[in-house]
Each structure stands twice: as C-alpha cells, then as structure tokens.
Design a protein around this ligand. Structure first.
Ligand code: ADP
Ligand code: ZN
Length: 731
C-alpha cells in the first residue's frame, strides 16, 4: 500500500503530493496524521490518498514511520474543502489543513486531561487492622475513604500527603480509576434554563421556508431586534431532532457573549464553543467533543466553520456582513465560501442573517441565488429608535468647536436625569489621532510603519496602531526644536475625560482596544455598565455589536463621517451598516430609544437612508453605482500584494508581475476593467515595504483568476507575494 502525503511545512515549493510506503505492521487511514522521514529530518504529514501502486522508482520511496493519532483527524468531507479552497483562493494545501486541524490538536503539546478517582479495595477492608498504629495518616485516609466511596487523588494528596497515598496504593489498600475530564469554557452558564418562545407568525414562516430546502442558501433579512436568534435556534432544534449537527457562527465572541450564553442555556452540553479566546486545553477538549459527537452544535467565530462535525443539518452565519468573517492573514478565505461548500456537501440549509446584508449578499438574494426571507418588524412591534441628524458645520458656525452638539448634550442631560443609559460611539481610540508641529509641519510617524502615531494620554505615549510600537510624546519638535505641538482629532480616551467634566456625577465607562487587553475585560466593562444607572459607555465599533441593554435609551454617534470618506468602494456600505448597528442598541425594551448622529455632511444620501432605516432604497442606489463603475458584485477585485524588508526588490518584483498581468490583458482585453501597479496606501507596515498590483476583472472567470495565481506563484526568499481575492481592506 502507498500513501499520497502532504508534508507539514508551509512553503510553496513543498506544497505538493509525496508518495510514501505504508508500514506493514499497522493500518494507515485516509486523512490520518503520520510521522515521516523527509530528507535528513523527521516531520509530520497528512495522508490525502491511499493507492496500491506508485509510479515512482521503488528504491526512492520512503516508508511512513508511524501514524500519530488513532483515528484520522480529517473527515471525508474536508477533502472537498481542500480542493475547492485551493482552487478558489490559491491557498497552500498545508495551510488549509491547518484550518481544519487547529494547532492545539496537532501540536502534541496539549493532552487529554485525566483525573484519578481513588477507592478503598476489598483487600484493604480485611487488612486494615494490620496498619501500624503510628501510621496515623494512612489510617485516617482509609477511614475517610470508607465513608466516601470515591475521591480524586488530588484531594487525597492534599489532605493526607502524597507519600501516604502512594504507600497505600503500593500496599494494595487503594486502587483508582482514570477518568477523562473536559476543560469547558462557560461552566458558569446554567443549562436548560432558557425557555423557548412561541415563534411569531413571521418567525414561523421563516423557519418553515428554511427547513423546506427549496433553496439551500437563505438570507434572513431582519431588522435589529426582529427575533432572528429564535429562528436560528428553532432551525437547529429541528436538525438535532433528525440526529444531525449544526454550526452557529457569530462575529466576535468576546464582544457578543450573549449568543453563546443563550445557546448554552437552551441546548446545554450539546454546545461546544470554538474561538481564539479559549485556552489551549479548552480548545482541545471542545474540538474533540465535536469530533466524537458528544457535542452537536459548534458555536463560534470564523474558524468554527471548519468544526469537525459529521452530518450537518444547519449552518448559520449571524451578522453576515461583519468583516471578521473574512480572514485578512494567510490563509485568506471568505467564511461564506466554506459554508456554501459544507451546506452543499451535507445537503443542509445555510442561513445568512443580518439587518444590513452586504451588497453582494443582497444582490445574490435578488437574483434568487438565495432565498430571501424578511422580518421587517421588531418583536412586539417596538419601534426602531428615532434618528436625529445634527449638522456639525452649523454647530461650528455657531461657535461650538467641541465634539458634542448642543442637541446631543441636551438629550444626554435628559437621559441622565431619568437615570437611563447612554452609548456614545466614536471609531477612533486614543486621546488624539496625531501629534504634529505647528511651525514646520513635522508629523510624528512610526519608524516601522508608514502611519502617524496616536497620542495616548493615560500613559503619556505615542502609539502605532498598526504594530503597537510605543514612542515618547513630543514636547518639542525634533525637526525645528520649537515647542508648538498640535494635537489631532479627538479619540475615545479624550471623550471619556471630557464627559467626566461635563457630567461629573455620572459614571463613564470606556470600551476600546486599550481598555480590553485581557480576556475577561469586555465582560467586566459590559457587566458593570449594565448594573449602573445612569451611566455612559463610550467606545469604538466594539460597542456596535449585538449588545442588548434594556436601559439604553440614547445612542450618540459622534463622528459618523469617519468611515464615509475612506478610499474604499465599500465606504458607503460600511457606514450604513455601522450606523444601523449602533442605532440598533437604543430602545430595545419598553422605553423608546433615540439616536443622535453628528455629521459635517447632513445631506449625504447614506445618512438619509440610515435615518429612515431604509435598507432597500440604500441598496438600490448602491447597486446602481456598483454596476456603473463595475465594482463587486459586477466584478472581482484581485490584489497581488508584494512585501519585503527592502524597498528595491519589492518594487522590481511588483513591476515584473505588473508586466506579466499586462500581457495577460492583451489576450483578455474585455475581461479587465482595471489594472495598475502602485505603492500600497500604507507604504510600510511592520518594517516591510508594500507594493501592489491591483485589478478588477469580470466575475466568473476562473481560468483568468488561475492565470493570475500562476503569475503570482513566485518563489523568492527576499520578497513575499500574496494574492487576495475581494480583499476587505486595501491599506
Ligand atoms: P435579532 O437577533 O433579530 O436582533 P433577537 O433575537 O435579539 O433579535 O430578539 C429580540 C428580542 O425579542 C429578544 O429579547 C428576544 O428574546 C425576543 N423574542 C424573540 N422571539 C420572540 C418571540 N417569538 N416571542 C417573544 N419574544 C421574542
Ligand atoms: Zn508601527
């Protein structure tokens, strides 16, 4: 028997199949992890195929040393994923395998945790009198175990000393059984306390439509608070009834612990959680609980789409528009692509849920590639919060140069006086966005990245938000030695400070990357905010997601324009999504909510449609723009990103790749809308110079995409080359 093996080394040159002989003394399974001789080294690999013969010279074929796990870690379904993802995104097979088998599972460092439960033997009962009277501890331990049929060895060692317990084991007085224990996150969540709702008529229709599998792919388009979660849970319940499993994806778990808790309390231990915030041991145990079939629902962030579940009955992607579903580091992939492959393989429904679907998703629904299911009202017909648009130019003309309009301050005072809660959103952390010299224009920049440094007052430092590097604050200009240092735009840290002056008796909380550096800090801030009334929570987009605080009646969006003038074709869409999501935090319970949106462009159509919650009109306008300018979904954006420690080699290689793409265009003229090579907008990040070849090509041209992949397949020790298909971010 021979095995086709992929070796566990991330290098383009090794991303191919090697033939190995299977050892005679054991069986090798398809998908198994194996130990291999490779050159002079011993490395790990994965068996991707088994066959009777090889075309290679037998003397050249080495033998597998041994399998590394009892069972194959790669399920049969995953082979489809491997070949399709390789085709779609030009990924290395080994990198896809690393997604399928996370590092905690394959490193060998994390082990199943076990405990020994001790009990008194029959022998002990009849020989207990033989213990010498001075062995007091031994006698006491036996007496203890006589009253307690089982006790963990840890407790016994603690109470009686490990020497004592070891002696009793040696004498045959104590024996033990070894038990596996699971390290489970969320142990504090009570099981089975969340009672089901009787679905409303609209929810019921949605559930039926999804289960009918008329079309496997569904878009559940429901306004914030319309009860989408209950629909997901009912669909999953149905899958469980049919003895199937399910995947439930949420954007960022640490920000939205609510969903996980809801699922855990409804479905108990059938839920396993997968996300990057788990300890290695927890990840290991949760993964194997899914693999063994002990848990049937994987709730998690992006990576959970690869959960080792067999017989899937439902896949759900909540807040499908969220950018965290797209991986921005190698291996780059879109979660929905994987989800569709798995849904097709298992013939199970895929549900994408959102109040603000991406333009691409909604376009697919319009073209009937997706079933469009609409929930257009909040549960109990609660109104969506009224949104006031405040013209900040007007405020400025009236002499108000602060970040708070008079209208917002009035509304805040009202809310505070009523003991209600306020959320203030500003997508810029730190104290001020930059420090510069008024005299000569010197701007403090990171030495490793081509970006300006952000001033943080708390620790009186300048910080790079790209690489985290810290620098001394400027007191005088290093260029002209004058000390007229100017601060840039206000960030969350400064807002927090200003609020404590404006509302000295109201507690102010802040949630952004700086205040949430530890694992539990999100939960802590949110938990305290929830309990405090009145209170103000200031934050970046972290506060936009899914939170459900009944006492929040006022939401302030301090500078809505921040995302609007980003040089990105998705800027309008992202602004619409962000504003709608933040606004959705207000007035979720009995009290009506209000939103104050501050902008310098009050007439902009995006704000117009935001304030009337009119996604459809926004979509119609946006899709026309996209079509006219041939942007996705009417085209595919491809970027070849070239990075290197030195500028020259990166620049030269980029030029070379550009010329090759130009040649490709000669024969495919009508398929190219755009082709250009340039420095990336951030010309240097983390000491690496960045260039890019940017293209827009016709949709559905897989051969052309393949040829671009071929061009970018360069092996160069100094320069790295990545191809990104429809990247989220072109910085
Ligand atoms: P969405 O996910 O669409 O934003 P949620 O699932 O958070 O909305 O639901 C909004 C609120 O309505 C929640 O407090 C939820 O518990 C409640 N809810 C959902 N479905 C029902 C129902 N059928 N009957 C009563 N309340 C419901
Ligand atoms: Zn930097």
């Amino acid at each position: 028997m021979f095995a086709e093996v992929i070796v566990d080394v991330s290098a383009n040159s090794l991303d191919k199949i090697f033939d190995y002989k299977c050892p005679e003394n054991c069986t090798i399974f398809l998908g198994q992890r194996v130990l291999l001789p490779f050159g002079k080294r011993t490395i790990e690999g994965y068996v991707l195929n088994l066959k009777e013969s090889t075309n290679l010279d037998l003397s050249q074929v080495k033998e597998i040393i041994k399998p590394l796990d009892e069972q194959p870690l790669i399920l049969p379904e995953m082979f489809t994923l491997i070949s399709e993802l390789k085709k779609e995104y030009n990924l290395r097979i080994i990198d896809i395998l690393h997604l399928i088998v996370p590092s905690q599972i394959r490193s060998g460092k994390v082990k199943q945790q076990t405990i020994r439960n001790c009990f008194l033997t029959e022998y002990a009962l009849s020989h207990i009198s033989e213990l010498k009277s001075n062995s007091k501890n031994q006698i006491a331990a036996c007496a203890y175990l006589k009253n307690k049929p089982q006790e963990s060895i840890v407790t016994l060692n603690k109470n009686f000393g490990s020497a004592t317990i070891n002696k009793l084991i040696e004498k045959g007085f104590i024996d033990f059984v070894t038990e596996n224990v699971n390290r489970t996150p969320l142990t504090e969540v009570e099981n089975n306390i969340n009672t089901e709702f009787k679905p409303t008529e609209k929810q019921q229709l949605a559930i039926q439509k999804i289960l009918s599998k008329q079309n496997l792919f569904n878009l559940l388009f429901g306004v914030t608070g319309s009860g989408k979660t209950e629909v997901y849970m009912q669909v999953i319940k149905e899958a469980l009834k049919n003895n199937q499993t399910a995947i439930m994806l949420v954007p960022e778990i640490s920000l939205t612990p609510k969903t996980v808790k809801q699922f855990r309390s409804r479905f108990g231990n059938l839920v396993a959680v997968l996300h990057s915030g788990l300890s290695d041991g927890e990840k290991f145990d949760e993964w194997f609980r899914l693999y063994n079939g002990e848990a049937k629902i994987a709730v998690g962030a992006r990576s959970a789409i690869f959960a080792p579940l067999k017989n899937l009955g439902a896949i759900i992607i909540d807040e499908e528009h969220d950018s965290s579903y797209q991986s921005e580091n190698n291996p780059r992939y879109e979660t929905v692509t994987v989800a569709k492959l798995r849904a097709k393989y298992n013939n199970c429904p895929l549900v994408l849920g959102s109040a603000t679907p991406t333009i691409e998703t909604f376009y697919n629904a319009q073209k009937q590639s997706y079933n469009l299911i609409t929930l257009d009202e909040r549960i109990n017909k609660r109104p969506l919060p009224k949104m006031d648009i405040v013209d900040m130019c007007h405020e400025f003309r009236e002499g108000n140069t602060s970040l708070f309009s008079n209208h917002l301050l009035n509304e805040m005072s009202k809310a505070v006086n009523n003991s209600e809660q306020i959320m203030l959103f500003l997508n810029r952390r730190g104290y001020s966005s930059f420090q510069m010299c008024r005299e000569c224009g010197f701007l403090a920049k990171c030495s490793d990245c081509d970006v300006s440094l952000v001033y943080h007052k708390e620790d009186n430092l300048l910080k790079c938000h790209y690489c985290g590097k810290k620098f001394k604050t400027l007191t005088k200009c290093p260029n002209c030695q004058k000390s007229s240092i100017k601060l840039g735009n206000t960030g969350t840290e400064k807002i927090e400070q200003e609020l404590s002056e404006l509302f000295p008796n109201t507690k102010v909380f802040r949630m952004d990357n700086d205040t949430t550096t530890t694992k539990s800090s999100h939960a802590k801030i949110l938990g305290e905010f929830e309990k405090t009334k009145p209170a103000i929570l200031v934050g970046t987009q972290m506060i936009a997601k899914g939170h459900d605080f009944p006492s929040v009646t006022l939401v302030g969006i301090l500078d809505a324009d921040l995302s609007l003038f980003y040089s990105d074709f998705k800027a309008n869409e992202k602004t619409f999504q962000l504003v709608t999501q933040v606004a959705g935090r207000a007035g979720r319970a009995e009290k009506e909510g209000k939103v104050v949106l501050q902008t310098f462009f009050p007439k902009h159509y995006v704000y117009n449609f935001c304030s009337s919650y009119d996604y459809l009109r926004f979509y119609n306008k946006e899709i026309n723009l996209r079509e006219t300018a041939s942007f996705p979904p009417f085209s595919k954006i491809i970027r070849i990103l070239v990075t290197a420690e030195e500028d020259e080699p990166a620049k030269n290689l980029t030029h070379e790749l550009f010329l090759k793409c130009k040649d490709l265009r000669v024969n495919n003229k009508s398929d190219f809308y755009f082709l250009e090579a340039m420095r990336s907008p951030h010309a240097k990040i983390k000491r690496k110079y960045r260039y890019q070849v940017l293209m827009r090509i016709k949709e559905n041209k897989p051969e052309l995409v393949n040829q671009i992949f071929e061009i970018a397949n360069v092996i160069n020790s100094k320069v790295s080359v990545f191809v990104e298909v429809n990247p989220q971010n072109l910085s």
